[in-house]
Design a protein around this ligand. Structure first.
Ligand code: C2O
Ligand code: CU
Length: 465
Protein backbone atom coordinates (compact mmCIF):
# COMPACT_ATOMS: atom_id res chain seq x y z
CA UNK A 1 0.00 0.00 0.00
CA UNK A 2 1.18 3.57 -0.53
CA UNK A 3 3.19 5.00 2.31
CA UNK A 4 4.66 1.77 3.64
CA UNK A 5 7.88 2.57 1.79
CA UNK A 6 7.98 -0.72 -0.09
CA UNK A 7 5.76 -0.09 -3.04
CA UNK A 8 7.42 3.07 -4.32
CA UNK A 9 8.51 2.44 -7.88
CA UNK A 10 11.98 3.89 -8.45
CA UNK A 11 11.55 7.00 -10.57
CA UNK A 12 14.71 7.53 -12.53
CA UNK A 13 18.24 6.38 -12.16
CA UNK A 14 20.37 8.92 -10.27
CA UNK A 15 22.76 11.00 -12.33
CA UNK A 16 26.35 9.79 -12.35
CA UNK A 17 29.24 12.28 -12.49
CA UNK A 18 30.99 12.26 -15.86
CA UNK A 19 34.15 13.59 -17.40
CA UNK A 20 36.77 12.68 -14.79
CA UNK A 21 40.18 11.58 -16.07
CA UNK A 22 40.24 7.85 -16.88
CA UNK A 23 41.67 6.10 -13.86
CA UNK A 24 44.12 3.24 -13.88
CA UNK A 25 42.55 0.13 -12.43
CA UNK A 26 43.83 -0.47 -8.91
CA UNK A 27 46.23 -3.44 -8.85
CA UNK A 28 46.33 -6.53 -6.72
CA UNK A 29 49.70 -6.32 -4.94
CA UNK A 30 52.12 -9.20 -5.44
CA UNK A 31 53.76 -10.14 -2.16
CA UNK A 32 56.04 -12.83 -3.58
CA UNK A 33 59.71 -12.00 -3.09
CA UNK A 34 61.25 -13.90 -6.00
CA UNK A 35 60.57 -13.66 -9.74
CA UNK A 36 58.19 -16.06 -11.49
CA UNK A 37 55.71 -16.03 -8.62
CA UNK A 38 52.55 -14.12 -7.88
CA UNK A 39 51.12 -14.42 -4.37
CA UNK A 40 48.22 -12.38 -3.09
CA UNK A 41 45.10 -12.28 -0.95
CA UNK A 42 41.69 -11.45 -2.32
CA UNK A 43 38.45 -11.03 -0.39
CA UNK A 44 34.88 -10.87 -1.66
CA UNK A 45 32.67 -8.82 0.64
CA UNK A 46 29.86 -6.28 0.81
CA UNK A 47 30.95 -2.69 0.32
CA UNK A 48 29.47 0.74 -0.31
CA UNK A 49 30.07 2.45 -3.64
CA UNK A 50 29.29 6.08 -4.47
CA UNK A 51 28.57 6.04 -8.18
CA UNK A 52 26.15 8.96 -8.03
CA UNK A 53 27.60 11.76 -5.97
CA UNK A 54 26.75 11.22 -2.33
CA UNK A 55 24.27 8.38 -2.95
CA UNK A 56 25.34 5.17 -1.24
CA UNK A 57 25.05 1.97 -3.24
CA UNK A 58 25.45 -1.36 -1.45
CA UNK A 59 27.54 -3.60 -3.71
CA UNK A 60 29.68 -6.71 -3.59
CA UNK A 61 33.36 -6.04 -4.12
CA UNK A 62 36.73 -7.73 -4.39
CA UNK A 63 38.93 -5.95 -1.86
CA UNK A 64 36.46 -3.03 -1.70
CA UNK A 65 36.84 -2.33 -5.44
CA UNK A 66 34.48 -2.62 -8.38
CA UNK A 67 35.76 -3.63 -10.86
CA UNK A 68 38.00 -5.81 -8.72
CA UNK A 69 41.73 -5.07 -8.63
CA UNK A 70 43.67 -5.75 -11.83
CA UNK A 71 45.68 -8.96 -11.53
CA UNK A 72 48.74 -8.65 -13.74
CA UNK A 73 50.89 -11.75 -14.12
CA UNK A 74 53.35 -13.14 -16.70
CA UNK A 75 53.13 -16.41 -18.60
CA UNK A 76 55.07 -19.12 -16.75
CA UNK A 77 54.27 -17.57 -13.34
CA UNK A 78 53.22 -19.71 -10.38
CA UNK A 79 50.12 -18.01 -9.01
CA UNK A 80 48.71 -18.53 -5.52
CA UNK A 81 45.75 -16.50 -4.37
CA UNK A 82 44.32 -16.91 -0.89
CA UNK A 83 40.64 -16.16 -1.38
CA UNK A 84 38.24 -15.36 1.46
CA UNK A 85 34.47 -15.27 1.07
CA UNK A 86 33.09 -12.63 3.43
CA UNK A 87 29.71 -12.41 1.70
CA UNK A 88 27.10 -13.10 4.40
CA UNK A 89 24.95 -16.12 3.67
CA UNK A 90 26.14 -16.76 0.11
CA UNK A 91 28.60 -19.20 -1.34
CA UNK A 92 30.82 -18.06 -4.17
CA UNK A 93 33.86 -19.09 -6.23
CA UNK A 94 36.45 -17.38 -8.40
CA UNK A 95 36.46 -18.52 -11.99
CA UNK A 96 39.57 -17.52 -13.96
CA UNK A 97 37.75 -16.86 -17.23
CA UNK A 98 39.98 -17.82 -20.16
CA UNK A 99 42.93 -19.23 -18.20
CA UNK A 100 43.80 -22.91 -18.71
CA UNK A 101 44.02 -23.71 -14.99
CA UNK A 102 43.55 -27.24 -13.58
CA UNK A 103 39.87 -28.21 -13.26
CA UNK A 104 39.89 -28.17 -9.44
CA UNK A 105 41.29 -24.59 -9.48
CA UNK A 106 38.73 -23.30 -11.98
CA UNK A 107 36.08 -22.09 -9.53
CA UNK A 108 33.34 -24.34 -10.94
CA UNK A 109 29.83 -24.35 -9.43
CA UNK A 110 30.58 -27.79 -7.93
CA UNK A 111 33.48 -26.30 -5.96
CA UNK A 112 31.92 -23.52 -3.88
CA UNK A 113 33.61 -21.52 -1.13
CA UNK A 114 31.08 -21.28 1.71
CA UNK A 115 30.23 -17.96 3.32
CA UNK A 116 32.92 -17.24 5.92
CA UNK A 117 35.32 -19.79 4.43
CA UNK A 118 38.51 -19.34 2.45
CA UNK A 119 40.57 -21.41 0.04
CA UNK A 120 43.80 -21.28 -1.89
CA UNK A 121 43.64 -21.05 -5.67
CA UNK A 122 46.99 -22.23 -7.06
CA UNK A 123 48.00 -22.71 -10.68
CA UNK A 124 50.92 -22.30 -13.02
CA UNK A 125 50.42 -20.28 -16.18
CA UNK A 126 51.61 -22.25 -19.18
CA UNK A 127 53.98 -20.69 -21.74
CA UNK A 128 51.94 -19.17 -24.54
CA UNK A 129 48.98 -18.40 -22.25
CA UNK A 130 49.37 -14.61 -22.43
CA UNK A 131 46.05 -12.88 -22.97
CA UNK A 132 43.34 -10.63 -21.61
CA UNK A 133 41.39 -12.78 -19.20
CA UNK A 134 39.10 -11.85 -16.35
CA UNK A 135 37.83 -13.27 -13.09
CA UNK A 136 34.35 -13.49 -11.64
CA UNK A 137 32.23 -15.69 -9.34
CA UNK A 138 30.60 -18.88 -10.64
CA UNK A 139 28.42 -20.31 -7.83
CA UNK A 140 25.41 -22.38 -8.78
CA UNK A 141 22.40 -20.16 -9.50
CA UNK A 142 23.96 -16.94 -8.18
CA UNK A 143 26.59 -16.02 -10.74
CA UNK A 144 24.47 -13.45 -12.57
CA UNK A 145 23.52 -11.62 -9.39
CA UNK A 146 27.00 -11.59 -7.84
CA UNK A 147 28.48 -10.21 -11.05
CA UNK A 148 25.94 -7.40 -11.51
CA UNK A 149 26.34 -6.47 -7.86
CA UNK A 150 30.02 -5.78 -8.57
CA UNK A 151 32.19 -8.90 -8.61
CA UNK A 152 34.37 -8.92 -11.75
CA UNK A 153 37.97 -7.94 -12.46
CA UNK A 154 40.63 -8.01 -15.18
CA UNK A 155 43.34 -10.69 -15.25
CA UNK A 156 46.09 -9.79 -17.68
CA UNK A 157 48.70 -12.37 -18.54
CA UNK A 158 51.69 -10.67 -20.16
CA UNK A 159 53.92 -12.44 -22.63
CA UNK A 160 57.62 -12.78 -21.73
CA UNK A 161 58.49 -10.89 -24.91
CA UNK A 162 55.92 -8.33 -25.97
CA UNK A 163 56.13 -7.46 -29.68
CA UNK A 164 53.86 -4.41 -29.32
CA UNK A 165 55.88 -1.16 -28.99
CA UNK A 166 55.97 0.02 -25.38
CA UNK A 167 55.29 3.57 -26.63
CA UNK A 168 51.68 2.50 -27.35
CA UNK A 169 51.05 2.00 -23.62
CA UNK A 170 48.78 -0.82 -22.51
CA UNK A 171 45.44 0.43 -21.23
CA UNK A 172 42.71 -1.91 -20.02
CA UNK A 173 39.17 -0.64 -20.59
CA UNK A 174 36.95 -2.83 -18.44
CA UNK A 175 33.28 -2.37 -19.37
CA UNK A 176 30.64 -3.14 -16.77
CA UNK A 177 26.95 -2.50 -16.76
CA UNK A 178 25.09 -0.79 -13.94
CA UNK A 179 21.45 -0.20 -13.10
CA UNK A 180 20.66 2.06 -10.16
CA UNK A 181 17.29 2.65 -8.55
CA UNK A 182 16.52 6.21 -7.44
CA UNK A 183 17.55 5.34 -3.86
CA UNK A 184 20.96 4.28 -5.18
CA UNK A 185 20.39 0.55 -4.73
CA UNK A 186 21.03 -2.02 -7.45
CA UNK A 187 17.65 -3.56 -8.25
CA UNK A 188 17.25 -7.33 -8.75
CA UNK A 189 16.63 -8.95 -12.12
CA UNK A 190 13.19 -8.60 -13.69
CA UNK A 191 11.49 -11.16 -15.94
CA UNK A 192 12.71 -9.18 -18.97
CA UNK A 193 16.28 -9.36 -17.64
CA UNK A 194 16.06 -13.12 -17.19
CA UNK A 195 14.72 -13.49 -20.70
CA UNK A 196 17.07 -11.13 -22.53
CA UNK A 197 20.01 -10.86 -20.21
CA UNK A 198 20.33 -7.94 -17.83
CA UNK A 199 21.09 -4.57 -19.40
CA UNK A 200 21.38 -1.61 -17.05
CA UNK A 201 21.25 2.16 -17.41
CA UNK A 202 24.97 2.90 -17.47
CA UNK A 203 28.02 1.41 -19.12
CA UNK A 204 31.01 2.07 -16.88
CA UNK A 205 34.62 2.13 -18.08
CA UNK A 206 36.99 1.04 -15.28
CA UNK A 207 34.11 1.83 -12.93
CA UNK A 208 33.62 5.40 -14.29
CA UNK A 209 30.88 7.00 -16.34
CA UNK A 210 32.22 8.67 -19.50
CA UNK A 211 35.80 9.26 -18.34
CA UNK A 212 38.26 11.33 -20.37
CA UNK A 213 41.65 10.23 -21.65
CA UNK A 214 43.99 13.00 -22.80
CA UNK A 215 46.62 12.20 -25.45
CA UNK A 216 48.89 14.22 -27.75
CA UNK A 217 48.15 14.15 -31.49
CA UNK A 218 49.97 11.42 -33.35
CA UNK A 219 49.55 8.93 -30.47
CA UNK A 220 49.13 5.22 -31.06
CA UNK A 221 47.37 3.55 -28.12
CA UNK A 222 46.98 -0.09 -27.22
CA UNK A 223 43.69 -0.86 -25.47
CA UNK A 224 42.53 -4.12 -23.95
CA UNK A 225 38.74 -4.20 -24.17
CA UNK A 226 36.74 -6.39 -21.77
CA UNK A 227 32.97 -6.84 -21.95
CA UNK A 228 32.23 -7.80 -18.34
CA UNK A 229 28.51 -7.08 -18.50
CA UNK A 230 25.89 -9.76 -17.90
CA UNK A 231 23.89 -9.29 -21.05
CA UNK A 232 24.89 -6.16 -22.94
CA UNK A 233 26.31 -6.52 -26.44
CA UNK A 234 28.89 -3.86 -27.30
CA UNK A 235 29.65 -2.56 -30.78
CA UNK A 236 32.56 -0.23 -30.20
CA UNK A 237 33.74 2.63 -32.41
CA UNK A 238 36.40 5.30 -31.86
CA UNK A 239 34.80 7.95 -34.05
CA UNK A 240 36.60 7.87 -37.38
CA UNK A 241 39.92 6.84 -35.84
CA UNK A 242 41.15 3.66 -37.54
CA UNK A 243 41.35 0.56 -35.34
CA UNK A 244 43.90 -2.22 -35.77
CA UNK A 245 42.90 -5.49 -34.15
CA UNK A 246 45.95 -7.16 -32.60
CA UNK A 247 44.50 -9.67 -30.13
CA UNK A 248 41.48 -11.74 -29.14
CA UNK A 249 40.41 -13.34 -25.84
CA UNK A 250 43.50 -15.54 -25.73
CA UNK A 251 46.16 -13.01 -26.65
CA UNK A 252 47.82 -11.66 -29.78
CA UNK A 253 46.86 -12.65 -33.33
CA UNK A 254 49.52 -13.89 -35.75
CA UNK A 255 49.39 -10.58 -37.65
CA UNK A 256 47.64 -7.23 -37.09
CA UNK A 257 44.28 -6.70 -38.82
CA UNK A 258 44.27 -2.98 -39.79
CA UNK A 259 41.58 -0.65 -41.08
CA UNK A 260 38.66 -1.59 -38.82
CA UNK A 261 35.97 0.86 -37.70
CA UNK A 262 33.99 -1.41 -35.39
CA UNK A 263 34.78 -3.99 -32.70
CA UNK A 264 31.92 -6.25 -31.66
CA UNK A 265 32.13 -7.67 -28.16
CA UNK A 266 29.41 -10.03 -26.94
CA UNK A 267 29.12 -10.47 -23.16
CA UNK A 268 32.46 -11.89 -21.81
CA UNK A 269 34.43 -11.34 -25.04
CA UNK A 270 37.69 -9.38 -25.11
CA UNK A 271 39.88 -7.82 -27.77
CA UNK A 272 43.20 -6.00 -28.02
CA UNK A 273 43.39 -3.07 -30.42
CA UNK A 274 45.71 -0.28 -31.43
CA UNK A 275 44.03 3.03 -32.25
CA UNK A 276 45.71 5.90 -34.07
CA UNK A 277 44.86 9.42 -32.87
CA UNK A 278 46.32 11.56 -35.63
CA UNK A 279 44.44 14.86 -35.48
CA UNK A 280 43.82 17.15 -32.49
CA UNK A 281 40.20 17.19 -31.36
CA UNK A 282 37.79 14.95 -29.53
CA UNK A 283 37.32 11.28 -30.32
CA UNK A 284 34.36 9.57 -28.68
CA UNK A 285 34.45 5.88 -27.84
CA UNK A 286 30.87 4.76 -28.42
CA UNK A 287 28.82 1.64 -28.45
CA UNK A 288 26.47 1.50 -31.43
CA UNK A 289 23.09 -0.24 -31.74
CA UNK A 290 23.28 -4.02 -31.89
CA UNK A 291 20.34 -6.20 -32.82
CA UNK A 292 20.82 -9.47 -30.96
CA UNK A 293 17.23 -10.65 -30.89
CA UNK A 294 15.89 -8.71 -27.92
CA UNK A 295 12.43 -10.00 -26.90
CA UNK A 296 9.76 -7.58 -25.81
CA UNK A 297 9.49 -3.80 -25.75
CA UNK A 298 11.95 -1.18 -24.55
CA UNK A 299 15.29 -2.51 -25.68
CA UNK A 300 17.75 -0.68 -23.43
CA UNK A 301 21.17 -1.51 -24.89
CA UNK A 302 21.17 1.08 -27.62
CA UNK A 303 23.92 3.43 -28.73
CA UNK A 304 25.73 5.40 -26.03
CA UNK A 305 28.92 7.40 -25.56
CA UNK A 306 31.36 5.60 -23.25
CA UNK A 307 34.53 7.68 -23.10
CA UNK A 308 36.13 10.78 -24.63
CA UNK A 309 39.66 10.88 -25.92
CA UNK A 310 40.90 14.47 -25.86
CA UNK A 311 43.59 14.71 -28.50
CA UNK A 312 45.73 17.79 -27.81
CA UNK A 313 47.72 19.78 -30.36
CA UNK A 314 51.17 19.01 -28.95
CA UNK A 315 52.53 16.25 -31.18
CA UNK A 316 53.56 12.90 -29.72
CA UNK A 317 56.97 11.58 -30.66
CA UNK A 318 56.66 9.45 -33.78
CA UNK A 319 55.76 6.00 -32.52
CA UNK A 320 57.46 2.91 -33.94
CA UNK A 321 55.32 0.88 -36.37
CA UNK A 322 53.58 -2.34 -35.43
CA UNK A 323 55.57 -5.42 -36.43
CA UNK A 324 54.05 -7.33 -39.38
CA UNK A 325 54.19 -10.64 -37.44
CA UNK A 326 53.07 -10.75 -33.81
CA UNK A 327 53.43 -14.43 -32.94
CA UNK A 328 52.70 -17.96 -34.06
CA UNK A 329 49.47 -19.67 -33.06
CA UNK A 330 49.63 -23.47 -32.85
CA UNK A 331 48.03 -25.59 -35.57
CA UNK A 332 45.67 -27.92 -33.71
CA UNK A 333 45.67 -30.43 -36.59
CA UNK A 334 42.67 -32.28 -38.00
CA UNK A 335 39.85 -33.08 -35.54
CA UNK A 336 39.38 -36.72 -34.55
CA UNK A 337 35.85 -36.27 -33.17
CA UNK A 338 32.88 -33.98 -33.78
CA UNK A 339 30.41 -32.69 -31.17
CA UNK A 340 27.21 -30.85 -31.87
CA UNK A 341 25.59 -28.55 -29.32
CA UNK A 342 22.23 -26.94 -30.02
CA UNK A 343 20.95 -23.85 -28.26
CA UNK A 344 17.16 -23.70 -27.99
CA UNK A 345 14.63 -21.61 -26.11
CA UNK A 346 11.28 -22.95 -24.93
CA UNK A 347 8.21 -21.12 -23.69
CA UNK A 348 5.60 -22.65 -21.47
CA UNK A 349 2.69 -21.49 -19.36
CA UNK A 350 3.17 -22.48 -15.74
CA UNK A 351 1.46 -21.54 -12.50
CA UNK A 352 3.53 -18.40 -12.10
CA UNK A 353 2.78 -17.30 -15.67
CA UNK A 354 4.98 -17.56 -18.70
CA UNK A 355 8.21 -19.50 -18.25
CA UNK A 356 11.20 -19.43 -20.59
CA UNK A 357 13.61 -22.33 -20.77
CA UNK A 358 17.14 -22.01 -22.11
CA UNK A 359 18.51 -25.37 -23.16
CA UNK A 360 21.56 -27.04 -24.70
CA UNK A 361 20.73 -30.22 -26.62
CA UNK A 362 17.27 -30.14 -25.07
CA UNK A 363 18.54 -30.23 -21.49
CA UNK A 364 18.83 -27.77 -18.65
CA UNK A 365 22.03 -27.71 -16.55
CA UNK A 366 22.49 -30.50 -14.02
CA UNK A 367 25.63 -30.38 -11.93
CA UNK A 368 25.56 -34.14 -11.45
CA UNK A 369 25.32 -34.99 -15.13
CA UNK A 370 28.18 -35.28 -17.60
CA UNK A 371 26.99 -34.14 -21.02
CA UNK A 372 30.10 -34.70 -23.12
CA UNK A 373 33.16 -36.92 -22.62
CA UNK A 374 36.38 -35.76 -24.31
CA UNK A 375 39.95 -36.97 -24.34
CA UNK A 376 42.80 -34.81 -23.11
CA UNK A 377 45.23 -33.84 -25.85
CA UNK A 378 42.81 -34.70 -28.67
CA UNK A 379 41.57 -32.12 -31.19
CA UNK A 380 37.80 -32.06 -31.68
CA UNK A 381 35.45 -30.09 -33.90
CA UNK A 382 32.71 -28.45 -31.85
CA UNK A 383 29.68 -27.32 -33.78
CA UNK A 384 27.47 -24.86 -31.91
CA UNK A 385 24.09 -24.34 -33.56
CA UNK A 386 21.82 -21.56 -32.40
CA UNK A 387 18.24 -22.62 -33.20
CA UNK A 388 16.79 -19.95 -30.90
CA UNK A 389 15.47 -16.41 -31.39
CA UNK A 390 18.26 -14.62 -29.56
CA UNK A 391 22.03 -14.53 -29.92
CA UNK A 392 23.88 -16.62 -27.32
CA UNK A 393 27.60 -16.13 -26.66
CA UNK A 394 29.19 -19.56 -26.17
CA UNK A 395 31.95 -19.96 -23.56
CA UNK A 396 34.06 -23.02 -22.78
CA UNK A 397 36.21 -23.48 -19.66
CA UNK A 398 39.65 -25.08 -19.45
CA UNK A 399 41.17 -24.08 -22.75
CA UNK A 400 41.15 -21.61 -25.61
CA UNK A 401 39.61 -22.72 -28.91
CA UNK A 402 40.10 -21.64 -32.53
CA UNK A 403 37.12 -20.51 -34.63
CA UNK A 404 37.02 -22.35 -37.98
CA UNK A 405 33.90 -21.13 -39.76
CA UNK A 406 30.37 -19.78 -39.41
CA UNK A 407 27.38 -21.10 -41.32
CA UNK A 408 24.18 -19.19 -41.93
CA UNK A 409 21.41 -20.02 -44.43
CA UNK A 410 23.61 -22.74 -45.90
CA UNK A 411 26.44 -20.29 -46.58
CA UNK A 412 29.76 -20.90 -44.89
CA UNK A 413 32.29 -18.18 -44.11
CA UNK A 414 35.75 -19.25 -43.02
CA UNK A 415 37.38 -17.51 -40.08
CA UNK A 416 39.58 -14.80 -41.65
CA UNK A 417 42.56 -15.46 -39.35
CA UNK A 418 43.67 -17.88 -36.67
CA UNK A 419 42.85 -16.73 -33.13
CA UNK A 420 42.60 -18.09 -29.60
CA UNK A 421 39.19 -17.48 -28.09
CA UNK A 422 37.17 -18.76 -25.15
CA UNK A 423 33.92 -16.90 -25.88
CA UNK A 424 32.23 -16.44 -29.24
CA UNK A 425 28.84 -15.05 -30.17
CA UNK A 426 26.54 -17.52 -31.91
CA UNK A 427 23.94 -15.35 -33.58
CA UNK A 428 20.39 -16.67 -33.96
CA UNK A 429 20.17 -18.97 -36.96
CA UNK A 430 23.95 -19.43 -37.06
CA UNK A 431 26.20 -22.42 -36.58
CA UNK A 432 29.81 -21.82 -35.57
CA UNK A 433 32.51 -24.47 -35.77
CA UNK A 434 35.46 -24.46 -33.44
CA UNK A 435 38.62 -26.49 -33.01
CA UNK A 436 38.86 -27.51 -29.36
CA UNK A 437 41.65 -29.28 -27.55
CA UNK A 438 41.55 -29.71 -23.79
CA UNK A 439 44.97 -30.50 -22.32
CA UNK A 440 44.03 -31.26 -18.72
CA UNK A 441 41.62 -33.84 -17.28
CA UNK A 442 38.61 -32.96 -15.16
CA UNK A 443 35.13 -31.49 -15.32
CA UNK A 444 34.70 -28.34 -17.41
CA UNK A 445 31.71 -26.10 -17.92
CA UNK A 446 30.43 -24.72 -21.20
CA UNK A 447 27.55 -22.24 -21.33
CA UNK A 448 25.91 -19.17 -22.73
CA UNK A 449 27.67 -16.16 -21.17
CA UNK A 450 24.52 -14.10 -20.94
CA UNK A 451 24.67 -14.82 -17.23
CA UNK A 452 20.88 -14.85 -16.81
CA UNK A 453 20.73 -17.65 -19.40
CA UNK A 454 23.51 -19.54 -17.63
CA UNK A 455 21.45 -19.20 -14.44
CA UNK A 456 18.35 -20.55 -16.19
CA UNK A 457 20.20 -23.68 -17.31
CA UNK A 458 21.96 -22.98 -20.61
CA UNK A 459 25.09 -24.79 -19.42
CA UNK A 460 26.61 -28.25 -19.68
CA UNK A 461 29.54 -30.26 -18.37
CA UNK A 462 32.32 -31.85 -20.39
CA UNK A 463 34.41 -34.48 -18.65
CA UNK A 464 37.96 -34.54 -19.99
CA UNK A 465 39.69 -37.88 -19.38
CU1 C2O B 1 33.03 -16.32 -17.47
CU2 C2O B 1 31.68 -20.11 -16.93
O1 C2O B 1 32.34 -18.19 -17.15
CU1 CU C 1 22.07 -16.95 -23.96
Amino acid sequence: SPGDGKTAVPAASPVLPEGAPLRDLPRLANRASGPGRFEADLTAKPAIARFAGGVETPILAYDDETPGPLIEVTEGDKVTIRFANHIPGEETTIHWHGMPVPAEQDGNPMDPVASGADRLYAFELPEGSAGSCWYHPHPHGRTAEQVYRGLAGALIVKPRQDPIPAAYGDTPLFFTDLRLASDGSIPPNTMADLMNGRVGDHVLVNGQKKPVLTLPAGSRRRFRLFNASNGRFLRLTFGTAPITLIGSDGGLLEAPVPGLRVIDLAPAERAEVVVAFDQPGQVVLRTEDVDHGWMGPGRPDTAADLMTIDVTADRAETAPALPAKLRRIADLGPPVATRRLEFTETMSMGEGGMKMGFLINGASFDMNRVDVVAKAGQTELWEIANLADMDHPFHLHGTQFQPVETERDGRVSKAPYRAWKDTINVARGETVRLLVRQEQPGLRMYHCHILEHEQLGMMGVVEVR
